[in-house]
Unconditional design. Structure first.
Length: 325
C-alpha cells in the first residue's frame, strides 16, 4: 500500500490540520485525531523543551484510550512540526523526543533536513515538507521526504504567492506521492477542489482556530468571525518570512497595515516574532484568505462533521453537473 493510500485509509476526511504556533496544543490535536483528521502541533509550542515529552505522552495515551473504546472508528494519526532552521536550537533534542515516542508524521518547515528525515524513517515514520515553489519541492524530494505540503496564495501564517492551479500541476509532473494543499481552504467544497486540482489532502489551519478546543484568545476567534478576505495583509515584517495576518490585529499593535516595511531575513525568529516589540502569533494574529467562510466557534468535532457534510454535498453537486455534459 502506498503512503497516500495508507494515510487516506485512516482518515474520515482527507484533511491534515496545520500546526499553528500557540493555537495547537494537545487538546486540539486529540480532538482533531478523534474526529478523523490528522492533528498536528509545532514542537516549539511545548515549552520548556521537556514539556514535549509530556505532551506526546498525553496525546498517545488519549488516542489509545479512544481506540480501545471505539474499535470501529480509530483515531487518525498525529503529526509534529519541526522548524529546520538555525534559529531553532531545540531541533536535535525535540527530534530525539519524537523518535522515542515514534511520532507517526513529522512535518518539516523552511528546510528539508536529512538528519530529521533519517531519524523519522528509522522507526517507520513519514516526513511531509511544506514548500511554496517547485524548486523548494525538488530540493525536498532530493533529501528524501515522503510527501509535500504546497503552501499556496491565501494560506494563513507563512505562505507562498502561487495559485494552486499553477503549483499543483507543476509539482505533479515530478512527484506522484502524497501532496497536501494549503491556501484559503475553510469549507468542504474547498477540500474537494483541492483534490480536483491534483492534491490528495487539504491542509487546513484558520478554520480550526475558531473552535472551542483551539488555544486562541477569545478576541482572536471573534476577529475571525468578523473578518473577510480583504482583512488579510501579507507581510514579512513580523518573522522575516512573508505571511498572512489579520489587519485589525496589526493595527491594534500600532502598525499601519497599508504601509508595512519589509523585515531583515537574517533576524528571523519563529518562536516569538522577534523583529518587532509586538509578538507575531501572540499579539499579531495570522489567518488565511478563507476567513470569510467562518461564522461560528463550534467544537472541533462539530466543525469536522460539518466539513464532511459539505464535502459530500459538493461531490454530489459536481457529479450532477458533470452528468449534464
Amino acid at each position: 500500500m502506498s503512503v497516500t493510500d495508507s494515510l487516506l485509509s485512516r482518515l474520515r476526511l482527507p484533511v491534515i490540520a496545520s500546526p499553528m504556533f500557540i493555537v495547537s496544543t494537545p487538546a486540539l490535536v486529540i480532538a482533531q485525531c478523534k474526529a478523523g483528521i490528522v492533528g498536528s502541533f509545532p514542537a516549539l509550542n511545548a515549552r520548556p523543551a521537556h514539556v514535549l515529552d509530556e505532551w506526546l505522552t498525553q496525546i498517545r495515551e488519549a488516542l489509545a484510550r479512544h481506540d480501545a473504546e471505539h474499535p470501529d472508528s480509530p483515531a487518525a494519526p498525529f503529526a509534529v512540526n519541526q522548524i529546520c532552521h538555525g534559529s531553532n536550537d531545540r531541533l536535535a533534542q525535540d527530534m530525539e523526543t519524537c523518535v522515542r515516542h515514534r511520532v507517526p508524521i513529522i512535518i518539516t518547515s523552511l528546510q528539508a533536513s536529512r538528519p530529521v528525515i533519517d531519524a523519522a524513517h528509522g522507526y517507520g515514520g513519514i516526513v511531509l515538507h511544506d514548500v511554496t515553489t517547485v524548486r523548494h519541492a525538488e530540493k525536498a524530494l532530493e533529501h528524501g521526504v515522503d510527501g509535500l505540503i504546497l503552501v499556496c496564495a491565501g494560506a494563513g501564517g507563512h505562505a507562498g504567492t502561487l495559485s494552486p492551479f499553477a503549483l499543483v500541476p507543476e509539482v505533479r509532473r515530478i512527484f506522484s506521492g502524497p501532496v497536501a494543499l494549503s491556501g484559503a481552504i475553510a469549507n468542504g467544497s474547498s477540500i474537494l477542489a483541492a483534490q480536483a486540482v491534483g492534491a490528495d489532502f487539504a491542509y487546513i489551519g484558520t478554520r480550526f482556530i475558531a473552535t472551542e478546543e483551539a488555544n486562541a484568545d477569545a478576541a482572536y476567534k471573534q476577529m475571525l468571525l468578523a473578518s473577510a478576505a480583504d482583512d488579510i495583509v501579507y507581510t514579512s515584517l513580523f518573522t522575516g518570512v512573508p505571511g498572512n495576518y489579520l489587519k485589525p490585529s496589526v493595527a491594534a499593535s500600532g502598525f499601519d497595515p497599508q504601509n508595512l516595511p519589509s523585515a531583515d531575513k537574517s533576524k528571523m525568529d519563529f518562536g516569538s516574532g522577534g523583529n518587532t516589540a509586538k509578538k507575531a502569533w501572540r499579539d499579531i494574529w495570522s489567518a488565511g484568505q478563507g476567513v470569510g467562510s467562518i461564522d461560528d466557534v463550534p467544537t472541533l468535532q462539530a466543525c469536522v462533521a460539518r466539513l464532511a457534510d459539505e464535502y459530500r454535498a459538493a461531490r454530489q453537486s459536481v457529479a450532477a453537473r458533470a452528468a449534464r455534459y
